[in-house]
Each structure stands twice: as C-alpha cells, then as structure tokens.
Design a protein around this ligand. Sequence first.
Ligand code: A3P
Length: 324
Amino acid sequence: HGVESRDIEEELQELVQRLPKERFGFGRDENSAVYFYQGFWCPFPLFKATISFQKHFETLDNDIFLTTPLKCGTTWMKALIFTIVNRHKFQPENNPLLTSLTPHQAMPYVEVQFYLKNQEPNLSHIPQPRLLHTHLPYSSLPPSIRECPTAKIVYICRNPMDMFISTWHFIENIRPANEEPFPLDEAFEKFCRGVHAYGPYSDHILGFWKAKQENSNKILFLKYEDVKADTFSHVKTLANFLGFPFSEEEEKKGVVEEIIKLCSFENLKELEVNKSGYQAFGLPNSAFFRKGEVGDSTNYLTPAMVERLEKSVLGKFDKSGLTF
Ligand code: A3P
C-alpha cells in the first residue's frame, strides 16, 4: 500500500510538471486548473483520484455505469436508473429519493465518492447491481469496464449550445461571493477550444458513439433532447437495456408513468432533500436543478457565437451520422 500510494503521488507530480495546463471556472488556484491528460482536460481536484480509479477499479459482471459529460442530464439519469432498478424494493411512495437520498447519492460519482479519500477503497459493501457514475471519456475508463462483456454503460449527451450554457450557469451558481465571476466570453472561448472539465466535448461524445457502433449491447447512447421529447419510450428502452424490463402488468398499472413523474425535473427540484444540503466540494444540491429545458442557450448566445460553436464543435460530428 505504502509503495503504491507513493507511486501515484510521484506520478502525479511528474504529470503536473509536464502536461499542458489551463484554467476553467472561477478562482486562480489549482482548484480551477485542468490538465490535458490522455486527450482530455482533467480537473486538478480529481486528478489523483482519477489515476487511482484507473489503476485499481475492478468491474463486476453486473455493474451498471452511467458515463456522462458535465451538465447533460446526469442527475435525471441517476434518478431514473436507481428507481427502475430498485422498483421492487421500494414502493413508489417509499422511494428514498423522495425524502433522504439525492440522485447523486443514489448513483455515486466514483472518483469523488470513493477514490478521493482512498487509493484502493473497499467497494464490497455496495449493493449489487452496483450503480456507479463517472465523467471520464470512453478511452480513459478503467480497462476492466471496457473489457467486461456484461457490465453496462448508459451514456447521455446533449446539444453543445445548451450544454455550454448549462455549464456556465452551474459555475456561476456555485461561485462563492468572494470569487470573481467567470465571464461568459472567456468560458465560451475556452469551450470552443475544448478546454473545460472532461473536454473536448466533441471527443467525449464521439468516443462513446464509436464504442456503441462496435458494441451496441454494452452501451446505451442517449441524447437529452430525445429523452425529453419522448420520455416514455426511452424509459422503457432504458429498463430493457438494464435488464429490468417492465412487465405487461406493470405497464397496465402505469408504473412507467409513475417513475417518469417521480424523476421529473419539476418533482425532484421541489423536494427538500434536493433543495437543501451539499455534496462533495461544498456544491449545493440545488445547483443541479436549473431550468431543465431544451434550447435555453438561444437566450444567451449571439448568432456569431452559435456560428462559431457550429464550426468548432458541431462540425466534428459531420462524418459520424450524429446530429443535434
Ligand atoms: P439546465 O442547466 O439546462 O437547466 P447534470 O445533471 O448532468 O449536471 O445536468 C444538469 C442539467 O439537467 C441542468 O440543465 C438541469 O436543470 C437539468 N436537470 C436536472 N434534473 C433534471 C430532471 N429530472 N429532468 C430533466 N432535466 C434535469
């Protein structure tokens, strides 16, 4: 253990000396630094935990992973996956999401929850199937997640304009009063260059998109806009994919609709458990619920900005068959 932990510390020191570094967010210290590691911008506060996770995580056959860029519907998917998988354990009115559990506790962000404190955490206490979340790009996932033929990955992404605006609002929302604002123009310029936590955004999306073409049983690839437009059919697809399909009887009883309502933006946002309290790094739970709509970016981006985003981000999807 001792040797191993010194190794990771030394590796980190060496990487920090050598890798390109930028700032994304408020603040001037290392907390707002991102390092270009393995082709993505890794937030410094999670750098060491990321390396530990990559080195030590062991996948179980029935693991369920949610992998997402930032601000694309992670909170929503966490609530839906937890509720679908545990629906026989909790009657709808007893679902702990209503009272004591935030979606982020229901499906923990692995690096933050386990690897920040401990390089080789004991994960054997987590009930199976384990519901776990990470923001890492596909190619940087711990190898055993990619290699395990039965472990599942749910991916959700979103229109780049809305993702960017949601990200910028989130950063502004969590900014302590004594920190300078993160100007929209500066955030935008960096976003277009791919410089933001777990960016470039287009690479994140294309990594999972390509992996999905190669192995469609392993990855469910979703877009926020599609799930919004037809939540019912996507929740059924999600349940099938996870191996927890709805029975005919459940469908007749309206279980699908019930789950959709429970996990809706309007419902979750107003629950005391989500209105109060904090997550790791002092992030207020309430910051994860803002507007929950498609197209809000049109209220913030000028036509020139949209054009630049179309070229720098949307253009990358040209040959992929992906559209937003
Ligand atoms: P907006 O900022 O556009 O409102 P993440 O959960 O990945 O951090 O993404 C946050 C985005 O999802 C925010 O978008 C947030 O409002 C929205 N969101 C949160 N909970 C939701 C839910 N239950 N249904 C739909 N959207 C939700």
